[in-house]
Design a binder for this molecule. Structure first.
Ligand SMILES: [Zn+2]
Length: 392
């Protein structure tokens, strides 16, 4: 690697860290309906504005040891992870595609994917500012690639055959129409929403970067990621829960500790003895010492499971549930898996989140489709006279 290439890659990494820092602002503010421009960054705990020298991506977090300079509140490690992730994705784009519009396309698709995966996971929303804004950016970058390749100077037929912009528009349309169709069919057959309009806009966005072929490869890789992640997570959870259950059976204090990190401990009289963040985040959920019989509509299914599990466990039968949907009708929605165990201190209910929203997998699928789509296309349909040009 030459010195020039080294400097270039360093620039990609630095730019990625700065974009990652802005991504954090988007992830925090867009789902809350706040402006990403004004006001400047401030501490979510004490509201103090963050000086520019405390706002250097990654470096500031390390220097301040993850705490606010004024109030000392801890800054979640997620902020650094997002900055580093986007920085490394930009570095990867620079490494794979050099100083080209292809690299810029890959980098911005990656940054948007990280933001969307995070907002979908945290707030179940895919903000239009990101999906539609990035879609437009994808079209602009495709037009720039046409200019760089001097496509517009060719005849009309060759223009449409070789135009990146034409393919980007077709990709956005294919993504929007296909997923909107799937959404409506699902709604008609099942009578409920299977996915949101945000997913439709997000696939249209991916289509603007990967073209019509890329849209279907995105869906394919997204389903693959979903299957692998769901299967792997189920396996890991079973293993983790078996270990935690064995620990909790050893003593009362061990059971309290296990419940504090992985679930809920309920005494025979229905009092909550110990609870993890997963339980506490449920709106209106009982705090320690409260009785679980309290009326908490959001946790209704979980409470019903706990009551039933208490009876079953006393009879020596296993008690587990794969999908308990908790929904307050507004912005809180979780699907939890639960398993109950008898311990010396009471009934231990292990809890884990199992609802990974589709946007997270679409984000993975779009990136894999961009990077590996051309090879996949050549393998599947290499004999066809049409070549997807957006896919490098
Ligand atoms: Zn503060």
């Amino acid at each position: 690697m030459s010195a020039v290439e080294g400097v270039l890659l360093g620039l990609y990494f630095t730019t990625g860290a700065i974009v990652g820092s802005f991504a954090n602002v988007c992830i925090h503010r867009l789902p809350r309906g706040l402006s990403v421009v004004r006001p400047g960054s401030s501490c979510p705990s004490c509201g103090a504005p963050i000086a520019f020298f405390d706002n250097v991506p990654v470096v500031s977090w390390l220097l301040l040891r993850g705490r606010c300079r004024r109030c000392g509140a801890s800054i979640p490690v997620r902020y650094v992870l997002v900055e580093l992730l986007v920085a490394f994705l930009f570095l990867g784009a620079g490494f794979l595609y050099g100083p080209t519009f292809v690299a810029a396309s890959a980098a911005f698709l990656a940054a948007a994917s990280v933001i969307l995966a995070a907002t979908d996971l945290e707030a179940r929303t895919l903000p239009d500012e990101v999906t539609l804004g990035t879609l437009v950016l994808g079209l602009v970058l495709a037009a720039l690639r046409d200019r760089a390749a001097a496509v517009s100077d060719q005849g009309l037929v060759r223009f449409f055959a070789g135009s990146h912009l034409f393919e980007a528009v077709a990709g956005a349309l294919a993504g929007a129409l296909f997923l909107e169709g799937v959404r409506r069919v699902y709604k008609r057959l099942r009578g409920q929403e299977g996915m949101g309009e945000g997913d439709v806009k997000m696939l249209a966005m991916a289509g603007a970067f990967t073209g019509p072929a890329g849209v279907f490869l995105t869906l394919f890789f997204a389903s693959l990621a979903g299957t692998v992640v769901a299967g792997g997570a189920t396996l890991l959870r079973a293993l983790h829960w078996s270990l935690e259950a064995r620990r909790a059976r050893a003593s009362s204090s061990a059971a309290l500790a296990v419940a504090a990190r992985a679930g809920l401990l309920v005494a025979d009289d229905g009092r909550v003895l110990s609870a993890s963040a997963r339980f506490r985040e449920i709106p209106g959920a009982a705090a320690d010492g409260m009785r679980l019989t309290a009326d908490v509509p959001t946790a209704g299914r979980l409470l019903a499971f706990v009551r039933l599990a208490g009876t079953r466990v006393r009879r020596g039968e296993p008690a587990a549930h794969g999908r308990l949907a908790l929904d307050d009708g507004a912005d809180f929605f979780r699907v939890l898996a639960a398993r109950a165990e008898a311990t010396p201190a009471g009934l231990l209910v292990l809890l884990a989140r199992v609802d990974v929203p589709f946007g997270v997998f679409l984000a993975c699928g779009a990136l894999v489709a961009f990077v590996a789509g051309r090879s996949a296309w050549d393998a599947i349909a290499g004999g066809l006279p049409w070549v997807p040009r957006l896919l490098p």
